[in-house]
Design a protein around this ligand. Sequence first.
Ligand code: ZN
Length: 369
Amino acid sequence: MNNYFIILGAGKGLRFSQKKPKQYFKYKNKILIHHSIDKALESKLFKKIIVVASKEHKKKFNKYNKNQLIFVNGGKERKDSSLNALKKIKKFNPKNVLIHDAARPNFSIKLLKNLVTKLKKNIAVIPAIKSRDSIKYENQSNYINLDKKKVYLTQTPQAFRFKNLYNLSINQKNNIDDEATLFLNNNIKLKFISGETHNNKITYFEDINLSKTYFGIGFDIHRLIKNKTLYLGGVKIPFHSGLKGHSDGDVILHAIIDAILGAKSEKDIGTYFPNTKKFKNIRSPKMLKPIIDSLNKSNFYINNLDINLICEQPKVSKYREKIINSISKLINLNKDQINLKGKTVEKLGLIGKEKAIACEVIISITKND
Ligand code: ZN
């Protein structure tokens, strides 16, 4: 193992339009550039990892072991940054070197292994994918259709024999988009391997998914009384009793409301629907509606819902489909994202004696900023 991994992270990312360079934004709960470092470490393929970045960001790498990670100051252009790193590691007499853009956090360790393996028989190995879009090429204000089957989009990490890359880099005058360019410009054969479609480059601020996921829990219980209609999940259920309450007593919908409010840190159902005249005998779908409207308005969407209905009777299995259908319509969520489990209590207590029904709900919601 005489491999080195260079991560180029000195770019300012002008298209990113934020004060801080994109490689220092949090992405999937981690600083973007740390994804690449962590994967390189985890692969155990490299003697050292070299991070090329601006001096002012050096402290962002303090948590890494100095024996494994070398910090190198970035240059003016990409080619200068890359050369700074190559010069720094020359003294180790490396055999292979991989060069990677920090803005691609989603490559796999499998790809790293494949690149290193392929270097045994090649001097440059480049991951590339086919374009999904049709491609036009501008030539002196004329546009030409390119055959997308013959177009390759090159990605990083790119793998090279150190000596070959070093010799080409040291003589390179103009800036380049990637190291594969050096080899092509000098008519040196490259080995292309399949890249990874998910290994896309974070270029625009929108590429960083700033969504956040929250969980909420809801619980409700109501007594069963004669001469009242039983509603569960908005469905009228034939039963000897109904649920006592200021409203229709629909424990499922009440628990859902509390779960949503919980996930949004917005207190509880009683805050919005107190036991006042206004809400006397209100149907629960009417209580749920403004809660769902507000959820949508504030850019949240529901991922899934898991419900435990705790009762001796009625049998949940008999009404499961109807109840899920109803909830699906009320909260505008696919049926396969709603789960309803029936739970009896071994005839224990009020619930076991068919004097009450309880419900608990867990919800997961995501906010897109
Ligand atoms: Zn209730």
